[in-house]
Write a protein that binds this ligand. Structure first.
Ligand SMILES: C[S@@+](CC[C@H](N)C(=O)[O-])C[C@H]1O[C@@H](n2cnc3c(N)ncnc32)[C@H](O)[C@@H]1O
Length: 309
């Protein structure tokens, strides 16, 4: 094992992830979209359905990263593989996802195989911080991962991403922040005790300081807070619509705990106590690669439809 991460921290984080995700793939399927994206969607139509908004989010991330066929992309904390699969399928990259949940990795690899993408897409079970330090990628995304990292580990985390990128490579960090004047509440205590052990959220400015300290250039910052409020509301509706099946799968206690957690999250985003930012970064180095977008225009072209393929 690499000496970059102590065994104690690794075990603690693996336990925390297992607590959150071992409630089963079937349970999450009751309220997530068919691609099983477990992060903020992107509503090009503010009243649109979750399924389309998640497909649009995946494509937005790919466009921000200016993915080109044949490039290598690392999807840190890839969940059920949605972004890795989308990027390989629609943008022709060689995608490598890593998740700390074995159930997610098994699910993702079964889907990759069924879609015939095994030659350019794979998902590994493991800790991204244990990836070999000599591996290099053209592009990296971490969507919904920074919340699990812990503020004291930001320097090591952003430093590792920086190391893993080719010079001039792009990194998209998509994550929850708390508002500048935020203070812990009983809701926070509930969430960290019963839903996200070791969860730890920072403010945007604090995060950007660590990003700059790790020697990234900040190219673009976009607030998607309102989008996460609607995403959480749609997850709540989905879970309530499948309440009976949810109770059968995980029991009354877990069902109610997750319902409360998703509802609290919706309210926190609606009232701006939580935020959601996508931050696009570039590793200093070979700026002649020409990847870094000079305008936002390439982001606003017609999207792909959400039909799962
Ligand atoms: C909120 S989910 C987001 C999943 C996915 N990116 C998405 O958008 O659906 C967080 C993911 O981060 C993963 N994760 C957290 N810490 C990790 C680490 N150190 N190494 C690898 N994966 C990690 C979890 O296993 C989970 O898949």
């Amino acid at each position: 094992m690499s000496s970059r991460l102590s065994a104690r921290v690794q075990e603690r984080d693996a336990r925390a992830i297992a607590h959150h995700y071992d409630v089963s793939n079937d349970f999450y399927a009751l309220f997530l979209d068919p691609l099983m994206v477990y992060t903020c969607a992107y509503y090009r139509d503010p009243k649109g359905p979750l399924e389309q908004a998640q497909a649009d989010k995946l494509d937005l991330v790919c466009r921000k990263l200016a993915l080109e066929p044949g490039e290598t992309m690392l999807d840190v904390g890839c969940g059920w593989g949605s972004l890795s699969i989308w990027a390989a399928q629609h943008h022709g990259v060689r995608a490598h996802g890593v998740t700390l949940s074995r159930a997610q990795a098994d699910y993702a690899n079964a889907r990759i195989q069924a879609l015939g993408l095994s030659d350019r897409c794979r998902v590994d079970y493991g800790d991204a911080r244990q990836l070999p330090a000599d591996t290099r990628y053209d592009k990296i995304a971490a969507v919904g991962v920074i919340e699990h990292v812990g503020r004291s580990h930001y320097p090591a985390f952003f430093g590792l991403i920086h190391t893993l990128l080719n010079p001039g490579g792009l990194y998209l960090n998509h994550g929850i922040t708390h508002s500048f004047h935020w203070k812990p509440t009983s809701q926070t205590e509930f969430l960290y005790r019963y839903v996200f052990p070791n969860g730890d959220i920072a403010g945007l400015t604090e995060t950007l300081v660590e990003i700059e300290r790790a020697r990234f250039e900040i190219l673009d910052v976009e607030c998607l807070r309102a989008h996460y409020a609607r995403t959480c509301r749609q997850w709540v509706e989905g879970l309530q619509a499948n309440a009976e099946e949810a109770r059968r799968l995980v029991g009354e206690r877990v069902y109610r705990t997750w319902l409360l957690y998703l509802t609290c999250s919706a309210v926190a985003f609606e009232t701006s106590s939580l935020g959601l930012y996508q931050v696009l970064l570039q590793k200093h180095g070979d700026q002649t690669r020409g990847d870094a977008p000079q305008t936002r225009e390439r982001l606003y072209v017609p999207g792909l439809d959400a039909t799962p393929r």
